[in-house]
Write a protein that binds this ligand. Structure first.
Ligand code: AP5
Ligand code: MG
Length: 218
């Protein structure tokens, strides 16, 4: 099955998807991480995506859908997958359904619901690992050793799109499309809502329960 983790920028998708993937053995696929890896590699796709990401806009569907289709065809993604950051608009949601139409796999969504003021506080304290993309927070989820990733020892950095003006643009440009995606999955009875407020561990417990209820794990 494909579990889609929906949520606004900073809602905790990456943090929770990583923990849930580790706990369940599902593959965690995050479009933002894929784009950042392409940018770091200096690929043509990365170069194209960067201008949109830095402007807080969605990368065009043709680029995004092509990239995610290739990733979903890889061996580790043939069974259970947690999608983080995709789909981001109705066109992407329809493309995913079309891709799954001739397979036995289904896609269902869980929304992590978080108040807007909390989102900005979370994003401003975020640091990510330049090696493995793991997400930290200066006070809410600090690494054991300042500036260093617990998992791989990589250096922690700020995301370029976490600058305040870009965060504001991401909210302005992307929240309406998120509402459309929520409505899309709600209309086909494929949406669960999980309270994303509170400590990371508490949210994780609620999410794991919801994920089990939709069949990701036992
Ligand atoms: P992407 O990387 O997906 O960014 P996003 O959706 O804006 O979400 P974030 O990664 O900012 O937040 P998150 O929900 O993962 O939160 P996190 O767990 O890190 O996309 C980046 C860009 O790429 C987009 O703007 C777009 O341009 C492009 N893009 C990506 N996908 C695309 C698509 N499908 N189509 C087109 N374009 C696309 O947590 C945030 C912080 O809060 C961390 O510091 C964390 O430690 C902390 N935190 C987490 N949970 C809690 C908690 N419960 N309490 C306190 N702090 C917490
Ligand atoms: Mg993320």
């Amino acid at each position: 099955m494909i579990l889609i983790l929906l949520g606004a920028p900073g809602a905790g998708k990456g943090t929770q998807a990583e923990a849930l993937a580790t706990a369940t053995g599902a593959a965690h696929i995050a479009t933002g991480d894929l784009f950042r890896a392409e940018i770091a590699a200096g690929s043509a796709l990365g170069l194209e995506a960067k201008s949109f990401i830095d402007a807080g806009k969605l990368v065009p569907d043709a680029v995004t859908i092509g990239m995610i289709s290739s990733r979903l065809a890889e061996p580790d993604a043939r069974n259970r997958v947690i999608l983080d950051g995709f789909p981001r608009n109705v066109e992407q949601a329809e493309a995913l359904d079309a891709a799954l139409a001739h397979s036995a796999r289904t896609a269902t969504a869980i929304l992590l619901e978080v108040d807007r003021d909390a989102l900005v506080a979370r994003i401003s304290g975020r640091r990510i690992c330049s090696g493995c993309s793991r997400s930290y927070h200066l006070t809410k989820n600090p690494p054991k050793h300042e500036g260093t990733c617990d998992a791989c020892g990589g250096a922690l950095t700020m995301r370029s799109d976490d600058a305040p003006e870009t965060v504001a643009a991401r909210m302005t440009n992307q929240l309406a499309a998120l509402d459309d995606v929520i409505a899309f999955y709600r209309a086909s009875s494929r949406l669960q809502v999980v309270d994303g407020e509170g400590e990371i561990g508490e949210v994780g417990v609620r999410l794991a329960r919801a994920a089990a209820a939709v069949g990701l794990h036992e």
